[in-house]
Ligand binder design. Structure first.
Ligand SMILES: [Zn+2]
Ligand SMILES: [Zn+2]
Length: 260
């Protein structure tokens, strides 16, 4: 099961006209028979209910604020002894710990949250790949200022790919197709429209149109465009979606659960 807890890029937008698709910044939860896998902890992370029965792993794509700003705002209403594995292919466990500690500390935050919460088991990405080999975890380097790591997992014979944030370039096509082929679902960074891209070169995001074109070349059941611009309201997104002929392409919504 895929739950999009956050689909908005850059900054939350809880305004009335944005709530059909959702106003929270990125967080995606996958539940399998054994695992609760969480990708990024934007503001949508507050809605994650931690499972006491499943092994929970949190993957961070990169440390831009919209991908980590929710980490301190979950109520962690779960078994006091439950540990959450936290990892990133972007940086080793020490850098990951230091980045999150710096963000959740003076002068940006009132307390040293990462130490106080004492919930996270920081692991190097390579160790997570080895320790949980039944998940077939892979990562891919994306094109983003300061880099971002995309992920794929294959569990219960079903593959899921998470590709935020990425500024698509033609040279990526073959690599992305190989990485993503035969997927149940792909999360794609469609922050911009093609008409907006020329002003936003180097900002690290792709267009909706680039996603639609790539989806035609990939065997995927649900190609979910996400990281919606914080200024793109529900009507505009619905109008764009209605014109897409490939019905496997959809806009990620916080109000839709996709069976996996
Ligand atoms: Zn982002
Ligand atoms: Zn970013």
């Amino acid at each position: 099961m895929i739950i999009n807890h956050g689909v908005r890029g850059s900054t939350p937008n809880p305004s009335q006209n944005y709530l059909f698709f959702g106003g929270n910044t990125p967080c995606v939860e996958i539940k399998t028979q054994k695992y609760q896998l969480i990708f990024d902890c934007g503001s949508g992370f507050s809605k994650v209910n931690f499972s006491n029965n499943l092994e929970t792993i949190l993957f961070i794509s990169h440390f831009h604020h919209d991908h980590i700003q929710g980490l301190a705002f979950n109520n962690y209403d779960t078994d006091i002894n439950k540990k959450i594995t936290l990892t990133s292919a972007h940086s080793n466990k020490t850098v990951t710990y230091n980045n999150l500690s710096a963000y959740y500390n003076n002068p940006y935050f009132p307390v040293n949250f990462i130490e106080i919460i004492n919930r996270f088991n920081f692991l190097d990405f390579e160790q997570v790949v080895n320790d949980f080999e039944d998940l077939n975890i892979n990562s891919i380097d994306l094109n983003h200022p300061g880099n971002s790591s995309g992920y794929s997992i294959k569990s219960d014979n079903k593959k899921f790919c998470y590709l935020l944030d990425n500024e698509y370039e033609d040279v990526q096509e073959e690599k992305l197709i190989n990485f993503c082929d035969h997927s149940e679902a792909i999360i794609w960074d469609g922050m911009f429209l093609e008409s907006e891209l020329s002003d936003k070169k180097g900002w690290g995001h792709s267009s909706i149109e680039q996603g639609i074109a790539l989806a035609d070349k990939i065997d995927v059941k649900n190609f979910l465009i996400s990281h919606h611009s914080p200024s793109r309201d529900d009507k505009e997104i619905k109008d764009i979606e209605n014109k897409i002929s490939n019905k496997r392409v959809k806009f990620a919504s916080e109000n839709e659960v996709i069976e996996f």
